[in-house]
Design a protein around this ligand. Sequence first.
Ligand code: CAO
Length: 558
Amino acid sequence: MALIEVKVPDIGDFDEVAIIEVLVKAGDTVKAEQSLITVESDKASMEIPSSHAGVVKELRVALGDKVSTGSLVLMLETADVGAAASATAVPVAAPVATPIAEPAATMAPASAAAAVVAPGPIEITVPDIGDFDEVAVIELLVKVGDTVTAEQSLITVESDKASMEIPSSHAGVVKSLLVKLGDKVAKGTPIAVLEGVGGAAVAPAAAPAASASAPVSAPAVASAEVAAPVAAVAAAALPAHQPGTPSAALPHASPSIRKFARELGVPLAEVKGSGFKGRITQTDVQNFVRTVMTGSLQTVAQQAKAPAAGSEGAFPGLLPWPKVDFAKFGPIERKDMSRIKKISGANLHRNWVLIPHVTNHDDADITELEAFRVQLNKENEKSGVKVTMLAFMIKAAVAALKKFPEFNSSLDGDQLVLKNYFHIGFAADTPNGLVVPVIKDADKKGIFQISQEMSELAKKARDGKLGPADMTGGCFSISSLGGIGGKYFTPIINAPEVAIMGVCKSTIEPKWDGQAFQPRLTLPLSLSWDHRVIDGASAARFNVYFASLLADFRRIVL
Ligand code: CAO
């Protein structure tokens, strides 16, 4: 048994590199080459492995500490006395199996060309990244046509222990990209062809890691660590971080976590990091998988798939949406769905699928009310405000909500939220789709005021000028197709409301008065209700009461 010091290996002249993860704790048994800590610079990240197997006796670093080549990481109790001696004797080289020296000259492939301002296209190649050949390209940070500056990162490469961004040696316009995602690259692999813009090349001497021994740790190089911070690792080849490059938006996780996430197919960008400075840890990835598997969370890809497929994915066991080549049957044209249709469609779909709807149909005799409405409009011709049946229905809805308060409620978990206000929405048909503006405090407004507000809101709706405040807060909705036609339909409840009244065009119907049929103006009613909150008897009563108010509007003041 011997106690040895495990130190940071030669990581070039990158001193003061932050520890962003401590992967072991005192008492842990570690294997040789097992990662102990992760360090990170602004361009690369790297895990520092143990030089020996043993038991961690004491950690000498903490999260956030800055370390350099030779910094003491921990004390390790090892059975191998000989190894211990060599570990302490050669502290720098020991920890990493084979630290790779990267003299400035190794930047030659990229920088040599840079020394001369080439008149024609310039091929950018991977600089010396040590003896790490076959490193995977995990990100393309530029595309054809992009103008890049000298030292701007072009691609990110990754091994199982580190990741790094490969910078351009020249400024210029990207003419072609010679690698794609997943390709394996090594020193000298051509990455891109740039059309030089003259004089922008990086002189070899200016190569970022001018140090004569900027190593890339062996197990290091390649993970998808694309995020803002990447480690000092291959530092030799890495220029200073350039804010604004695409990598800045990428998630913050160490190479091994990225690999772990990739193996599970976890979209790291959607995982919330709980580690130091928001870093994503293995537990975060595992928790993410757990929540997706239990159905409490959907990935962005799953969300996007559900509505597009119509059924596939959303309902296990259901047949996929039929894919038909309509052009085979005749001429077709394609049209994008309007924004409103997409939004209202998604809402209607959710409401239809999640709410157990039942629709009760009934009729209201509006013979007298229609005569009154016509008379009112005649009397107020000059006011410019036209009263339609819908205004009376809004007032009738308020009275019915007062009499049947569960219709003026919303479900919130196991609780019913009963509202003591009366905001009534009305469906409005616009060239771009369906919207539901809301008449606020309809209980405090008269028929004329409601009519006026309705016509203003309907105009705003047609002009596409409704704001969120015009469409929120509704308690109950009315969907009137009365100006168009039809008999009955099944309106979809506008969640989180629990009921909606649909009305169609009134027609003269024969009604038996006990002695003879009388011609009566009859309004078809279709009340859809949420069976979790309301039952059929209440719905029938609501309709009967609503119809009775329209039949004799004096009842509204009772
Ligand atoms: N029976 C007979 N006639 C009716 C009627 C009814 N139930 N309701 C309205 N009318 C008449 C009106 O009196 C008016 O007649 P005049 O032109 O002779 O005055 C005419 O039909 C047009 O009325 P309107 O539609 O302009 O006015 P409104 O207040 O009834 O409705 C609005 C306003 C914005 C709700 C309506 O224009 C609209 O967009 N309706 C469509 C709603 C919809 O799409 N619902 C379906 C949702 S589910 O996809």
